[in-house]
Write a protein that binds this ligand. Structure first.
Ligand code: GLU
Ligand code: ZN
Length: 285
């Protein structure tokens, strides 16, 4: 049986792009007689707000989406992330880094999917672990695992290239986790067999595949779906975003719009003027 998930972060209201992601996760599971869970990715203490979570639950119900089992909250799983972090420390695969963002930007030689690639400054220096983020030594880790592969249902078989981000942060200075570590552990804990999420996270899956190998986790299949995009002022197509004025689902719900009809329109590919779906399959850079 397949099991998928919708995993929003409560750091802003949901908009139509989130509704699309939720529908993909939900409908793929329903179409195949599987299950879909709702996971709230609320470990970013500075940006997460409990009020958004209440709104999310109302928005999703308004769209006509129901989830299997209890809603999962990442903030309740910090101990398990920390435990995995300790295992990676014991394996000698993560190292403390005290570099600031500005130092990294100044020293970086390359730009990766998330911005400047960390140049490895602390890899061989004993940074003070008390005030450090912990980074994965990707070269050491991949030497240990050997070549890895994974499959996206739309894009097909992939050879893992986890080095595209450089040495990613797995434990933040303020948190015993990072997005990569928490999401990978959760997908295993939650028994997710098909990771559905937006194509913007396609590169991250290379890193997640490596973490699965290092931590002995089950390997799911992925389905990275297109994103809802709109033309920005500069004429470029950009992902819908609250900060560019995408109306929130909560506002539309309160204005009395019909959520089930909005969901149905998305399913049929009827999109509001100016909004379209990004290309269907991830293109290698
Ligand atoms: N929490 C992430 C987001 O809202 C999604 C992470 C994932 O699906 O892996 O963009
Ligand atoms: Zn550093």
């Amino acid at each position: 049986m397949i099991r998928t998930r919708f995993a929003p972060s409560p750091n802003g209201p949901l908009h139509l792009g989130h509704a699309y992601a939720a529908l993909v996760a939900h409908d793929v599971a329903r179409a195949r007689g599987g299950e879909c869970i709702l996971r709230i990715e609320d470990i970013d203490g500075t940006r997460s707000r409990a009020e958004f979570v209440d709104e999310f639950l109302r928005d999703l119900e308004w769209l006509g989406l129901a989830w299997d089992g209890d809603t999962v909250f990442q903030s309740r799983r910090l101990a398990s992330y920390a435990e995995a972090g300790e295992r990676l420390k014991t394996m000698g695969l993560i190292y403390p880094c005290t570099c600031t963002r500005a130092e990294i930007a100044a020293a970086a030689q390359e730009i990766g999917p998330d911005g400047p690639i960390y140049p490895g400054t602390c890899r061989h220096r004993a940074a003070d672990p008390a005030h450090a983020a912990w980074r994965l030594d990707v070269a050491k880790a991949t030497a240990l695992t050997g070549p890895l592969a994974w499959t996206d249902e739309a894009a097909g078989p992939q050879s893992a290239t986890p080095d595209i981000f450089g040495d990613v942060v797995l434990l933040r200075k303020d948190l015993p986790a990072s997005y990569h570590l928490a999401a990978t552990l959760d997908d295993a804990t939650d028994g997710i067999t098909l990771v559905t999420r937006g194509m913007d996270l396609f590169p991250a899956s290379h890193v997640h595949r490596l973490l699965q190998a290092l931590l002995g986790l089950a390997v799911p299949t992925w389905l990275h779906h297109p994103l809802l995009v709109e033309s920005a002022r500069d004429g470029e197509l950009r992902k819908l975003a609250k900060r560019r004025g995408a109306p929130s689902l909560a506002d539309r719900r309160r204005a009395g719009e019909d959520g089930a009809a909005i969901a149905q329109a998305l399913r049929e590919g009827r999109l509001p003027a100016g909004i379209s779906l990004s290309q269907g399959v991830h293109q290698a850079p």
